[in-house]
Design a binder for this molecule. Structure first.
Ligand SMILES: NC(=O)c1ccc[n+]([C@@H]2O[C@H](COP(=O)([O-])OP(=O)(O)OC[C@H]3O[C@@H](n4cnc5c(N)ncnc54)[C@H](OP(=O)(O)O)[C@@H]3O)[C@@H](O)[C@H]2O)c1
Length: 278
């Protein structure tokens, strides 16, 4: 049995069916099973990482550890799971390329600390370090549905964006296969794209005119605060962007090496989600 944390999130909702398709038994964690839409072949379990119940690990031999980027205290949550999971055989942790590049922004630092905890926990471990998700571009939804003007902060770095399904497929391969203990896998898409190019690709796929506008950081910051995001989270995002400039464009071959196929492209992602942007 594999326990999947974050089973309703961007990666989790792709990972659960990918594991089931490989014949694994899955226990899918969510805080609210009544609202969660989880593959019916999985066993859904209610639980909150802020008060982790060790009984969630009964009969579990492998754990996929993912905490929300917006969680209350992701490090404390992961430490609680690891403490309870000392007897499982293998833990797979979802981290970030920020750790790969030694970044010191708050998000990467927390993941670096959590990675250390995973390595010291006892069970076999594998660490997945994905770069920026293509799904982050859902932030453009209101602009695309509205006036078609996509505002991005000045200096937004080119990025080898990755499709969450590729991350999930890598995770499923690691969780159901052998030979991955003690490995650290950085995961990106197959090509680096400037943000302007991403907007052009989305416009081509949607058959719509979209206008790319760079705005001063202060304007982007004000907009994010307007969404109700905490100031510390907004600061963290900008610090991460500053530190990942010139690094986010690095392409890693992990998807091809582990899955034997090319990574999904941003155009694939745009086609898949064209209906949502309409
Ligand atoms: N976005 C990127 O570009 C990027 C890049 C690299 C790494 N990452 C990392 O990816 C990870 C996932 O972030 P995300 O924003 O994509 O989140 P997400 O996986 O889309 O959503 C959060 C998930 O966590 C669950 N969750 C949240 N709080 C919980 C709690 N207290 N107890 C139990 N479950 C809880 C939610 O489940 P329920 O609501 O159903 O309970 C949901 O399934 C983060 O560690 C982030 O640093 C993100």
């Amino acid at each position: 049995m594999i326990l999947v944390l974050g089973s309703t999130g961007k990666i989790g909702r792709e990972l659960v069916p990918a594991l089931l398709d490989r014949g694994a038994h899955v226990r899918a964690l969510t805080r609210d099973p009544s609202r969660a839409r989880i593959d019916p072949r999985a066993k859904v379990a209610a639980g909150d990482l802020d008060a982790f119940d060790p009984a969630l690990l009964d009969g579990v031999d492998r754990v996929f550890v993912l905490t929300s980027g917006h969680g209350s205290d992701p490090l404390a949550q992961e430490q609680a799971v690891l403490k309870a999971a000392a007897g499982v055989s293998h833990v797979v942790k979802l981290s970030t390329t920020g750790v790969h590049f030694g970044q010191t922004d708050p998000i990467s630092l927390v993941h670096a600390e959590a990675e250390r905890a995973v390595r010291e926990a006892g069970p076999d471990w594998t660490i997945l370090r994905p770069g920026t998700f293509m799904d982050n571009r859902f932030a453009w939804l209101p602009a695309v549905r509205g006036d078609g003007v996509i505002r991005v902060p000045e200096g937004d770095p080119a990025s080898a964006l990755v499709h969450v399904r590729d991350i999930a497929e890598v995770a499923a391969t690691v969780l159901t296969g052998d030979g991955h203990a003690g490995k650290i896998y950085p995961i990106t898409g197959g090509e680096a794209l400037t943000t302007r190019r991403q907007v052009e690709i989305l416009a081509d796929v949607l058959g719509r005119r979209l206008t790319y506008v760079e705005e001063p950081e202060a304007a982007s910051r004000a907009r994010m605060l307007g969404y109700g995001w905490p100031a510390s989270a907004v600061d963290g995002i900008f610090e991460l962007k500053r530190q990942s400039a010139g690094k986010e464009e690095i392409v890693f071959d992990t998807v091809r090496e582990l899955l034997g196929r090319a990574p999904l492209t941003f155009a694939d992602w745009a086609r898949e989600h064209a209906g949502s942007f309409a």
